[in-house]
Design a protein around this ligand. Structure first.
Ligand SMILES: NC(=O)c1ccc[n+]([C@@H]2O[C@H](COP(=O)([O-])OP(=O)(O)OC[C@H]3O[C@@H](n4cnc5c(N)ncnc54)[C@H](O)[C@@H]3O)[C@@H](O)[C@H]2O)c1
Length: 382
């Protein structure tokens, strides 16, 4: 049975102002609890306000690159969230983004933790820094929302899961497409049985990525690979939402010329427990919309599903829509053109915030992101 849930955040605005009594703690007590092994080195002690009813969630943005603009747009329209700091070693980028929120600008997470009282961080940095920065924040008693992947290596990811559990902090990885209404609708259609048994799928993420001189994808070590480790995680969790668990995943990663530090084009093949099969294609140097049209506006992102009774095409980008057809019926188009692409990010952040408030448990648990990384890495290593 596919695992999916509704994106409440898309239809219902976040109500972060209604903090629950269960979060009546102070940052200084958190810091005291969080450092039994002496692994946190931060000393900020100016926090006296309890994280309770009426108090906003104070958050720092760590990383001010490409995806930070998308996260920032979502947080800007989210009630009950106060972006109070932005950190990036590219000081000018930190200043620019911080100015949009009237927030403080810093050049590192350590500076933020030493200077301002944050309840949570939103980490959007090169992959090889995910483990160390998330660990630093969790050890300082701060909740962590982080863009994918959970870490560069499986042991690092396991360690983050352990630390979050031990410190009793929320660690949520942004699997944004899982919260996109177009995927929710697709799963509803599958569950009606109208497509019959889904036997195969094709998933793609394709476009021309504009690469700034500082883009971490130019550095293979910072990315932990190329287009596969960067783009395939999304397609893998989307396919598992539609078809159930993947049993085996293989990737073909060309060694030929590339605009990235490693391959800029990759394909994968998946076998599911159900017996279904899928192909996955990721291309960062494809120009379907012209070479200067960057992510997300110029992107093509979607999945085709073929079943014994019908077929369905799900597009997230360039605009959200479903096209599906069952035996003997005319093709149906369901436009979701008013759904912005960042609705998925909104849903993912809502999931995180609700868990921080103690209102619900995480829908994307750190262990789910660990499994996603294990699959991606297992395909990579073959
Ligand atoms: N969910 C999605 O659809 C999606 C889309 C794009 C990127 N991402 C993810 O977001 C993350 C960032 O990607 P991006 O495209 O924004 O990359 P980017 O290269 O555009 O930006 C990364 C930023 O991190 C900064 N940085 C480097 N070291 C830092 C440090 N120690 N502290 C703070 N900031 C630091 C860099 O200066 C840069 O501004 C990656 O994990 C990527 O996989 C997710």
């Amino acid at each position: 049975m596919p695992a999916i849930w509704s994106s409440a955040a898309f239809s219902v605005p976040l109500m972060l102002t209604c903090w629950r009594g269960s979060l009546q703690y102070t940052l200084s007590s958190l810091r005291a609890q969080s450092d039994p092994e002496g692994c946190g080195s931060h000393s900020f002690s100016g926090w006296t306000q309890p994280l309770g009813k009426g108090n906003p969630l104070r958050i720092a943005l760590i990383g001010a690159g490409r995806v930070a603009a998308t996260h920032a747009a979502v947080l800007r329209r989210t009630p009950g969230v106060d972006v109070i700091a932005v950190a990036d070693p590219r000081g000018e980028a930190a200043h620019q983004l911080a100015a949009e929120f009237g927030a403080g600008a810093f050049t590192s997470l350590a500076q933020v933790l030493d200077s301002v009282p944050v309840d949570a961080v939103d980490i959007m940095v090169p992959h090889n820094l995910h483990h160390s920065l998330a660990k630093e924040a969790l050890n300082a008693g701060v909740h962590v929302f982080m863009d994918k992947p959970i870490a560069s290596t499986v042991p690092q990811a396991r360690e983050l899961c352990d630390i979050a559990r031990r410190k009793d902090r929320v660690l949520a990885i942004c699997h944004n497409l899982l919260f996109h209404p177009a995927l929710q609708r697709t799963v509803e259609v599958i569950e009606t049985g109208m497509l019959g048994r889904v036997t195969s799928a094709t998933a793609w993420s394709s476009g021309w990525l504009d690469l700034a001189p500082w883009d971490f994808r130019l550095d293979k070590d910072a990315t932990g690979g190329g287009a596969w480790v960067d783009g395939a995680p999304h397609l893998v969790y989307v396919l598992e939402a539609c078809l159930g668990q993947i049993e085996k995943l293989q990737a073909i990663l060309p060694q030929s010329s590339s605009r990235l530090g490693a391959e800029d084009t990759a394909v994968g093949q998946a076998l599911f427990n159900s017996g279904a099969v899928a192909t996955i294609s990721v291309g960062y140097s494809d120009c379907p919309s012209g070479p200067d049209t960057d992510w997300p506006e110029g992107w093509r992102l979607g999945v085709n599903l073929i079943g014994t009774e019908g077929r369905l095409a799900l597009d997230f980008l360039p605009r959200a829509q479903l096209t599906w057809q069952t035996k003997g019926q005319a093709e149906r188009l369901e436009p979701l053109w008013n759904v912005p692409f960042d609705a998925g990010f909104e849903g993912a952040f809502s999931d995180f915030a609700a868990a921080v408030k103690g209102e619900s448990t995480l829908r994307v648990r750190p262990e789910d992101s660990l499994r996603n990384l294990e699959l991606i890495k297992s395909a990579n290593d073959q």
